[in-house]
Design a protein around this ligand. Structure first.
Ligand code: PHE
Length: 348
């Protein structure tokens, strides 16, 4: 049955109250959307009222229709402004939550510390620079000639076994010692001269507490008139006393290297904490073999020289009491940071 004009108008009033209280009660955007569907949706209450207009008399229809449409528009714009309000308060809420707490202490940005091997290379370079030595650097990828042949290791010489290295093709290898730099230097420098050359070396060794396939050496080379073992001994003693303290004692034992004659192994005396001391092998050294000078067009009748080579990791292990060489390259910052400010420790 068609609804009477007055009752429909009453219904409209009730509906208006209902819708506005529902709107007021919508606390968030989801609840608001539910209200919209409930009243303005396709099957919503206002939509069905509009559909119901057809059952009114032609006189009633325009009047009631206008009121229903007005309600529809009011609700629509109320919904709109409620949505705006909810959206901006939701944004405010989020901004509040995401606020950066500037009272939090910042992350520490610690600068790095020098690696113990670098500390020692620096220190050794400083000591020799003060004695008037050139500091020289040369290649790590090398030919057989510079790493072996010119240093008086013939192709089939058994001394090569001690320096097995990595062959990288086309007659190239990774240098097994810094002695290759002796040859490069002497090809361009006429004696007399003094130089040291620090750098990386490689050997085909299996890793253990005292061996790594990559390590560092500092090579020294002096060529002048009448150089003798006495000059070598004085130089090494001076160097090692600078490094380990003025009371440091050294000794030289006969040894063999193809590029020095005579050759020596140099030991340093270390006092243990328990009062027991021991000799620790530190360097290889000797007088430059005449064949090496000849390979560089230097006349061995006129000139003579000494050379030495020292393993930097070995020095660092003794200096810092490190038992395992691998610790230098595990990149554990807790280990590496300890050497900060450790230069010239015996002087403090
Ligand atoms: N090159 C030698 C080595 O690596 C060390 C050395 C250098 C010995 C200079 C004598 C002279 O074992």
């Amino acid at each position: 049955m068609p609804t009477g004009n007055s009752s429909l108008i009453e219904n409209l009033e009730d509906l208006r109250k209902e819708v506005f209280s529902a709107l007021q009660g919508a606390g968030d955007l989801r609840a608001l959307e539910e209200v919209r569907v409930r009243y303005l949706g396709k099957k919503g209450a206002i939509k069905s009222l509009q559909k119901g207009l057809g059952s009114l008399t032609p006189e009633e229809r325009p009047k009631v229709g206008a009121q229903v449409n007005q309600l529809h528009d009011e609700v629509e714009s109320a919904l709109e402004s409620k949505r705006d309000a909810l959206e901006s308060s939701a944004l405010e809420e989020r901004l509040k939550k995401e606020q950066i707490d500037i009272s939090l202490p910042g992350r520490e940005d610690r600068p790095g510390t020098p690696h113990p091997v670098s500390i020692l290379i620096d220190e050794i370079s400083t000591i020799f620079a003060r004695m008037g030595y050139d500091i020289y650097a040369h290649r790590e990828i090398e030919t057989d000639y510079y790493n072996f042949e010119a240093l008086n290791f013939p192709a089939d010489h058994p001394a090569r076994d001690m320096q097995d290295t990595f062959f990288v093709g086309e007659g190239l290898l990774l240098r097994s010692h810094t002695s290759n730099a002796q040859i490069h230097y002497m090809e361009h420098q006429k004696p007399p001269f003094k130089m040291i050359t620090p750098g990386r070396c490689y050997r085909c060794d299996t890793q253990d507490a005292t061996h790594l396939p990559l390590f560092h050496q500092v090579e020294g080379l002096v060529v002048a008139k009448d150089i003798s073992m006495a000059h070598l001994k004085w130089t090494l003693e001076t160097f090692l006393r600078e490094l380990f303290g003025p009371k440091t004692e050294i000794r030289m034992r006969p040894s063999f290297f193809p590029f020095t004659e005579p050759s020596a192994e140099v030991d340093v005396w270390f006092e243990g904490k328990d009062g027991e001391g021991k000799w620790l092998e530190m360097l290889g050294a000797g007088l430059v073999d005449p064949n090496v000078l000849l390979a560089c067009q230097i006349d061995p009748e006129e000139w003579s020289g000494f050379a030495f080579g020292v393993g930097v990791e070995r020095l660092a292990m003794v200096r810092y009491g490190i038992k395992d060489i691998r610790m230098f390259y595990e990149n554990d910052v807790r280990v590496l940071r300890q050497f900060e400010g450790q230069r010239q420790s015996w002087r403090r």
